[in-house]
Design a binder for this molecule. Sequence first.
Ligand SMILES: Cc1ncc(C[n+]2csc(CCOP(=O)(O)OP(=O)(O)O)c2C)c(N)n1
Length: 318
Amino acid sequence: MTETLLEAYRTMRTIRAFEERVHEEFATGDIPGFVHLYAGEEASATGVCSHLDRRDTIASTHRGHGHCIAKGVDVKAMMAEIYGRTTGSCHGKGGSMHIADLSKGMLGANGIVGGGPPLICGTALAAKQRGTGGVGVAFFGDGASNQGTTLEALNLASVWNLPAVFVAENNGYAEATSSTWSVASDNIADRAAGFGMPGVIVDGYDFFAVTEAAGEAIDRARAGGGPTLLEMKFTRYFGHFEGDQQAYRADEVAHAREHLDCLKRFRTRVVESGELSEESLDKVDTEVAKLVEEAVAEAKAAPKPTRADLETDVYVSY
Ligand SMILES: Cc1ncc(C[n+]2csc(CCOP(=O)(O)OP(=O)(O)O)c2C)c(N)n1
């Protein structure tokens, strides 16, 4: 149990440290393309993926770094990918929004809002037909919850009784549009009833609440009980994309960072319960900081793709 908790903390801390460093590096102008940071939402990816293994697949979003790290994608390969280097997980041709690693069951971050849920219907159907016991998990935002693709996927997953879990990460905004305005019900999870599946609202800052709700949903899916819609509620710490002026919101981030933060809450709980010591948690912080430091240094030193590289990886056979 202690080891499991320490690993969960390591994953959340890695996501946070990775995101904070990318935020700093992006400001220097060295990172090409668009970057959307996941900081603040760590408990969701970590709690959900803590139940997944190599049989399972996840589909992510444009805000995909946390999902990749939680599903075990190599952190150095991710950093190199963000820097557009050949040592990256997609040989430097995908960038932040398209990090994928099929060997880890990570189908990809996705620039198409609402692109993930239909993909998961595909992998969940394959797992069901092949009898692998695998589960497909789609992470998507509140904005994506309004896309037709997401609603079609929820319907199909229910009709086909797929081993699928849909994780709506409601961070309050789709770009600058508030979900309280754009989502035509109080909760995204309420929509589950219309698709004949359970819908669960989860405090997205609480790793333990996420883990419990995700565990039930994933166990049910694995056992042939069909899909679930989970809704994580939290705030994203950075702007929609790096460079966003954030004129649409006030001081909610400062409040969340101070009083709701998933890492702080995790630390308080496990230290007070005596399950982990401050020292063991601090040691993880130090190890993670070193890993991120090395990842940046190695990414910066790695070569960029050449013109000839443009013609590789164009077609892939499965
Ligand atoms: C099909 C599609 N429509 C519009 C966009 C432009 N777009 C990129 S991110 C975004 C907002 C997504 O919000 P949400 O799903 O809530 O995710 P969040 O950014 O909050 O994590 C939009 C509209 C897109 N990439 N794809």
